[in-house]
Design a protein. Structure first.
Length: 171
C-alpha cells in the first residue's frame, strides 16, 4: 500500500525542516502577521518555493499552531485583566456615587433629602425588569410619610396621639 499523495511526513522536499533555523523563525513571525508566502519570500530575499516548503513542513506547522495558540491565550489573559480593571473602576465609581447620595441625606434642604432618599430607594428596590411586579414602588408621598414616621418615633411616647380604628387612645 502506497502512502497518501500529500503526506507531509513523507514528502522529501519537506524533510529538511526538522528543526527551525533562525530564518524559519523570521518566516514564522511574518506568517503570524498574516503575510502570504510570496510576500514573505520577497521580504526575506528567498525563493517562493523555499518559503512554501518551510511553511508546509510538519515542524513549522506544529510551531505555527503552538504560536497561534499562545497568542490566543495571551489575548484572553489580557482581556480578562482589562475586565478586572474595568470592574474595579466601576465598583469604585459606584461606591463614590453611593457615598455622595448618602451624603445628600444629611442636607439641610428637605427637597434634596427627599430626592436623595427616593433615588436610593429606587436603586435598591428597583425589582426585576422582566417581572415588574417584583419591585417595591415607593413614591414621594410614601417617602414623606416615612419621614413623618421617623420624626414621630423620635418623640417621647406620651406626646404621640394614637388612633385605633377611629378611637383615640391616650398613651
Amino acid at each position: 500500500m502506497s502512502p497518501p499523495k500529500h503526506d507531509p511526513k513523507r514528502d522529501p522536499r519537506l524533510s529538511f525542516v526538522r528543526k527551525l533555523a533562525p530564518r524559519h523563525f523570521k518566516v514564522l513571525d511574518l506568517c503570524l502577521e498574516g503575510k502570504l508566502a510570496s510576500e514573505i519570500a520577497k521580504e526575506l530575499g528567498m525563493k517562493p518555493e523555499t518559503v512554501g516548503n518551510i511553511i508546509r513542513s510538519p515542524t513549522f506547522q506544529d510551531r505555527l499552531a503552538r504560536s497561534k495558540s499562545d497568542i490566543a491565550h495571551q489575548e484572553i489573559i489580557l482581556r480578562q485583566e482589562k475586565l478586572v480593571r474595568a470592574r474595579g473602576i466601576l465598583e469604585e465609581g459606584a461606591t463614590i456615587a453611593a457615598e455622595a447620595q448618602v451624603g445628600l441625606l444629611k442636607s439641610d434642604d428637605d427637597r434634596i433629602k427627599l430626592q436623595a432618599s427616593q433615588a436610593i430607594l429606587d436603586r435598591v428596590f428597583d425589582g426585576d425588569e422582566k417581572d415588574p411586579g417584583t419591585g417595591l414602588i415607593i413614591n414621594t408621598e410614601s417617602v414623606q410619610l416615612l419621614q413623618v414616621a421617623i420624626q414621630e418615633s423620635r418623640k417621647p411616647l406620651r406626646e404621640i396621639d394614637v388612633t385605633v380604628e377611629g378611637v383615640e387612645v391616650e398613651s
